[in-house]
Structures are given as structure tokens and as C-alpha cells.
Write a new protein. Structure first.
Length: 489
């Protein structure tokens, strides 16, 4: 008790605008979106504590080889469907940001699939395999919607594949594996073995918002959608575009959240500062919640911990390479190409940027999961050597120059992220998933991993921020005292 009083003496009290005071942990898409919703509801006594030196979190552009590339989110996924993706409204809509975007066309992969030792596969052969994969996906969606009727709770995507292919480990052989990888791992960053059939087939993102995806290649960066939201309630320097609002505190790492009788106390790294508020909204990633970076005092209840630890944080790594000159095929239908290795997921999906970054001579190769973790732990030089070996195998007749620069984002090693986005694993039901979002006393949760329908995506994070803020607003006003407010006891 004496200790608590001592600490309280150092608490930084800011002005109280009358309404409740809310601390938001994290200035990524969901935290910034939650802050906007609270502000609209008149809750303006906010403090946003962000560990890094910037806003945007997993939406993060970087200068590479003279162009602005995206180390995190890159596509607006789910466009041209029945419903409007709210991120698309911001990125492309009139009155929005008018970001430079390009619809990605994956329909020519059959003509762009390279053999392990070089040269292209016969297009007709690859087309046949893709057709079969599409048929299996369709039967997977049917099976998924029939699961409840059969009394079956869930199965992995791979179990569904076994039913179709009669192969214990799904598609085998370099070609079948890379096509399988492209359809599953390239979207969910985990293999079909880990992914829930029930909760990913069909996927609400494409079902509701449409099947198209638009690649953002804008000098302002994809993160400008986060700034676009922030500007609407945080004081902004309109010349530089910088957020100058004193309620946004960068370089502030939250380490401990303590429940007090009628409030919550938040301690930061090195106890630089102590904050106290009526409510806290935690928007740190699922990966962060699975570590002990943020300690809860007392510990979170068992049901909450289980919901957090049961879900998966996946890893998706975008490796950019800069070359002294282009040696890869260009022109219509040549944007994406695949490398079919007998090692599943070994430098599998490649992208060139003739339209997006003209004249930049940059390639992007994407790896996920185990390969991501392996590559994060080795030197960039080693990764460059491996990628060069693959490229020289793909183009045996060509004079392939060494890449001169490489960019390897390390989302998994970064203690403020611990991965890239959540993936729905087999064995977590809807109710258990909802518990990830459920508040525990005065502490609320948001982030893409709490999104009702769109976990893993930018629009999921955006909508989750609004939803979690609404739950807080309702609970604070005691409009609503069921599970949403109390969690499970
Ligand atoms: C490589 C990659 C590719 C992706 N591709 C796409 C894509 O193409 N399309 C798409 O829609 N989505 C994509 N995503 C997913 C999308 O980026 C995320 O779903 C979304 O940005 C997550 O927002 P968030 O607010 O939930 O989390 P975050 O952006 O992680 O925000 C949380 C914030 O909390 C901060 N934080 C963490 N711990 C602490 C602490 N202890 N104290 C204070 N602050 C803390 C973090 O620094 C971060 O800024 C991708 C993500 C990655 C990484
Ligand atoms: C994007 O916005 C432009 C300009 O308003 C419009 O012409 C175009 O159709 C939009 N694209 C999509 C896919 O909605």
C-alpha cells in the first residue's frame, strides 16, 4: 500500500476535460481509429502511448533504391465487391487521399512459373493445376458451410485438401507445392496445416468487399491513411503534416498495467513516466500480447490468457532487391512470377514493378513462416546470396548481375510487433476468438486480431478500433453490461 501511494505521488495528471480519461496503447491503425471514435463521442481526454518513434505501426514505408516501398501492409485488399472497403474510400475515394494504386493481376501465373533448375513450366500444365486448386477451394467453401450441420466443429485447410487429393500432406512436388503456397501461405502467411477451414473459407474480406486487391505505391506511403484519420482529431502541423498534438506520446514503451480500485495505472519503460486513467485500450499486436512486454497487475484471468495464446501470429517477409539492370521478363501479364522449389516456401513468389516504380530495377520476393524466421536470424548478405542463387537458377541463359541493395524487414524479431498479422488457427471457435477483444475490467483491447470479421488486414484494424471504442463508450455509460463489458468470469 505504501508503495502504491509513493508511486501515485509521481503520477502525471493532465487536464481533465470532464469526461473519462482514456489511455490508448499503440498508434497503429487500430489505436488511431479508436481515438477518433472516442473523440467523436466527446471523449477527448486521451493519451496515446506509442513505443516507436512514429505513428502507423505495421503500415510502414521506407526509402529503398530511390523509391518508397512498403515494409508492412501494401495492398488494399477487398475492392470492387458488394460493400465498400472503408480503406478504399480513404485511399481512392473522392475527398480521400487519392493514393497511387495499382490493381494486382494474378491471372497470368500459369505462364510465369519457373522450374527449380530453370526455365518455365508448360503453361497448359500449370493452368490445369490451378483449375484443380480452384475446384478444391470451391469444395472447401461448401464443406466449410456444411460443417455445423455435420456436427463437426472445424478442420484445418489441409484436412480438407486430404479429402480432395487423397494425399497425407496435401499437394506434393515443387509445382503443386508452389501453387498451393501461392493460394494459402501467400495470403495467410501460414501453411494450410495450421489454418482453420471454418473461419477462412470463405473469407469475409473478399466475400464482402470484392476479390480485387490494389497495390499502394505512393510517395506519401500507405501509412498516410493512418495520418488521414489522425488529422481529424489530433492537432496537426498542416505545413509538414506532422502530428504535434501533446496527447500523442512517441518513444513511450508501456511495460505494466496495474488495476487500482477506481482507475488504471500505466508504467512505461525505465519508469520514465506513470500515467493514470479511467480506462486503457491496448492495441499492441497479438504477438506482443503473447510476450511479457506488457505485464498486467494482477495477471489477466485465465480465460483471457488462453484466448490470446491460442491464436496465431504469422510472419510475412517482403524482401526487396535492387539491381544494376533488369534481366527479368516485362510487359503485360509478367508482374508476378513463381519459383517452384522442392523446399516448400523457398523464395516462392516474386513481383516486378515496371508500372509501380518505373525504372527502379527493384524486385520483391516474399517468404513466410519458418522461412521468415530463418531469414530474420541470418545476415542480409546471406539472404542476398540465397536470392541470387535462386534467380540464376530461374534464368540460366541470362547474365544475372548481383543485387546491389537488399531490404529485409524483421517484424518477428521486433519486440513491438513479434510477427506481421494474425491467422486463425484450427481449434479456436468464434466464442474463444471474441474473448481476445473482451475487456477485463477497465482494460479494453483492440487491434486487427480483435476485428469481428477481418482479422489480419488494415481494414480489420480500422474497424476494430471503432468497435472497441464503441464497447468502451457503451460500457462507460453502463448501457451494456453483458459479456462485452465484463468478459467471462
Ligand atoms: C509485412 C506485412 C504485410 C501486410 N500486408 C497487408 C496487406 O497487404 N493488406 C492489409 O490489409 N494488411 C496487411 N498487413 C496487416 C496490417 O498491416 C495490420 O493488420 C494492421 O496494420 C495492424 O494495425 P494494428 O493497429 O492492429 O497494429 P499495429 O500496427 O501493430 O499497431 C500497434 C502499435 O502498438 C505499438 N506498441 C506495441 N507494444 C507497445 C508497448 N508496449 N507500448 C507502447 N506501444 C506499443 C506498436 O509500436 C504499434 O505502433 C500486413 C502487415 C505486415 C506487417
Ligand atoms: C478510384 O477513383 C477514381 C477517381 O475517383 C475512379 O475513377 C475509379 O473508378 C476508382 N477505382 C475503383 C476501383 O473504385
Amino acid at each position: 500500500m505504501g508503495l502504491v501511494l509513493l508511486v501515485l505521488a509521481h503520477v502525471a495528471f493532465l487536464s481533465n476535460a470532464g469526461g473519462p480519461r482514456v489511455i490508448i496503447v499503440g498508434a497503429g491503425m487500430s489505436g488511431i481509429s479508436a481515438g477518433k471514435r472516442l473523440s467523436e463521442a466527446g471523449i477527448t481526454d486521451l493519451v496515446i502511448l506509442e513505443a516507436t518513434d512514429r505513428m502507423g505501426g505495421r503500415i510502414h514505408n521506407a526509402k529503398f533504391a530511390g523509391v518508397n516501398v512498403e515494409m508492412g501492409a501494401n495492398w488494399v485488399e477487398g475492392v470492387n465487391g458488394d460493400e465498400m472497403n472503408p480503406i478504399w474510400t480513404m485511399a481512392n475515394g473522392t475527398g480521400g487521399l487519392n493514393l497511387r494504386t495499382f490493381r494486382s493481376d494474378f491471372s497470368h501465373l500459369a505462364g510465369n512459373t519457373y522450374k527449380q533448375d530453370g526455365g518455365l513450366y508448360d503453361e497448359k500444365l500449370v493452368e490445369k493445376i490451378i483449375e484443380r486448386v480452384d475446384e478444391v477451394a470451391e469444395s472447401g467453401r461448401k464443406l466449410s458451410s456444411a460443417l455445423h450441420h455435420n456436427g463437426q466443429l472445424d478442420m484445418s485447410v489441409m484436412v480438407m485438401q486430404r479429402l480432395n487429393y487423397h494425399m497425407p500432406s496435401g499437394p506434393v512436388g515443387p509445382l503443386d507445392m508452389v501453387i498451393d503456397y501461392y493460394h494459402h501461405d501467400f495470403e495467410f502467411a501460414e501453411p494450410p496445416r495450421d489454418t482453420s477451414l471454418l473461419n477462412t473459407q470463405p473469407l469475409a474480406t473478399f466475400n464482402n468487399f470484392g476479390n480485387d486487391v490494389y497495390f499502394v505505391a505512393d510517395h506519401r506511403g500507405y501509412e498516410s491513411v493512418v495520418y488521414h484519420i489522425a488529422e481529424q482529431y489530433l492537432e496537426t502541423d498542416h505545413k509538414s503534416g506532422a502530428i504535434v498534438d501533446p496527447r500523442l506520446k512517441l518513444n513511450t514503451v508501456v511495460r505494466e498495467i496495474t488495476y487500482l480500485p477506481n482507475s488504471v495505472m500505466v508504467n512505461t519503460e525505465d519508469n520514465k513516466e506513470v500515467y493514470q486513467a479511467d480506462y486503457v485500450i491496448v492495441s499492441a499486436s497479438l504477438g506482443v500480447l503473447q510476450t511479457d512486454l506488457i505485464r498486467f497487475n494482477p495477471e489477466l484471468p485465465w480465460w483471457k490468457m488462453m484466448s490470446i495464446y491460442q491464436f496465431n501470429m504469422a510472419v510475412y517477409t517482403k524482401i526487396f532487391l535492387k539491381f544494376p539492370r533488369r534481366f527479368w521478363p516485362e510487359g503485360p501479364g509478367k508482374q508476378f512470377f513463381l519459383y517452384a522449389s522442392d523446399r516448400r516456401g523457398y523464395y516462392p513468389v516474386w513481383q516486378q514493378f515496371q508500372k509501380e516504380y518505373p525504372g527502379s530495377d527493384v524486385l520483391l520476393v516474399t517468404v513466410t513462416d519458418d522461412e521468415s524466421r530463418r531469414i530474420e536470424q541470418q545476415s542480409d548478405k546471406q539472404t542476398l546470396t540465397e536470392a541470387m542463387e535462386v534467380l540464376r537458377k530461374m534464368f540460366p541463359g541470362k547474365d544475372v548481375p548481383d543485387a546491389t541493395e537488399i531490404l529485409v524487414p524483421r517484424w518477428w524479431s521486433n519486440r513491438f510487433f513479434r510477427g506481421t498479422f494474425s491467422n486463425w488457427p484450427i481449434g479456436v471457435n468464434r466464442y474463444e476468438y471474441d474473448l481476445i477483444r473482451a475487456p477485463v475490467g477497465r482494460v479494453y483491447f483492440t487491434g486487427e486480431h480483435t476485428s469481428e470479421k477481418y482479422n489480419g488486414y488494415v481494414h480489420g484494424a480500422y474497424l476494430a478500433g471503432i468497435d472497441s471504442a464503441n464497447i468502451l463508450i457503451n460500457c462507460a455509460e453502463k448501457k451494456n453490461v453483458h459479456l462485452q463489458c465484463q468478459g467471462k468470469t
